[in-house]
Design a protein around this ligand. Structure first.
Ligand code: ZN
Length: 220
């Protein structure tokens, strides 16, 4: 399913005081409090994932890929390579739709389908859910927590669906702390150029290496 904006930059979840009680229990914001640069990709798998994997492999960096269930079967070779390279696979949903628009039962059914798909194809995945657009409601958060999931957000949004690499690189270079959870996209449905994503990714990794900032696969 095509959407205008794959992942909004605003963590709408922060707008709601009621979510504060879940932070670091059910919701991980991914800030600089914990050590390590954590690189995450949303909206894949796609043919572009291979390019990201090549960069990560060259620098021996492990990352987490939040995948869309509807893309898994047609890109099963990508999925295998992600796992073979030692990265983690986590859940971005079956389809790229705001889960706040879904009935609770339908949402949990979509999680069942994602899990079934992974079991059927012997795909190991982490019980970590990144909501499309960073939006979730309290009831769905509770349901996910009951199933052993954490909701994973991010602290640095590359905005690679609307920015070029120079804009991303300028912001990366201005950081005074690199221990973020970084959001990039490896999806084919995602607006923007994945070539720009690759350039920014390479720059981020080199900058972290030069600043002795280690990489972590996850902060959850
Ligand atoms: Zn997304």
């Amino acid at each position: 399913m095509l959407d205008e904006k794959p992942c909004a930059s605003i963590l709408k979840i922060n707008n709601y005081a009621k979510f504060r009680q879940y932070i670091n229990r059910g919701i991980i914001l991914g800030g600089v409090n914990e050590k390590g640069a954590c690189i995450t990709f949303d909206d894949g798998p796609s043919i572009y994932s291979f390019s990201m994997l090549n960069i990560l492999r060259r620098h021996n960096v492990k990352a987490t890929f939040f995948m869309l269930g509807e893309k898994i079967i047609s890109n099963i070779d990508v999925v295998r390579e992600v796992l073979n390279d030692g990265h983690d696979i986590a859940v971005h949903g079956m389809h790229h739709i705001p889960v706040t628009n879904l009935d609770d039962n339908i949402f949990m059914k979509s999680i069942d389908i994602f899990e079934g798909l992974c079991e059927e194809h012997n795909i190991q995945y982490k019980k970590a859910f990144r909501p499309p657009f960073g939006e979730i409601d309290e009831q769905k958060l509770k349901l996910l927590m009951q199933r052993g999931y954490k909701v994973i957000l991010w602290s640095f949004d590359s905005l690679d669906w609307q920015r070029n690499s120079m804009q991303m690189i300028t912001e990366i270079s201005s950081l005074d702390d690199f221990n973020h959870t970084y959001l990039f996209h490896d999806g084919a449905i995602t607006p923007g150029s994945r070539l720009e994503t690759m350039k920014a990714l390479e720059h981020l990794i080199l900058t972290c290496e030069n600043n002795d900032c280690d990489f972590v696969k996850s902060k959850w």
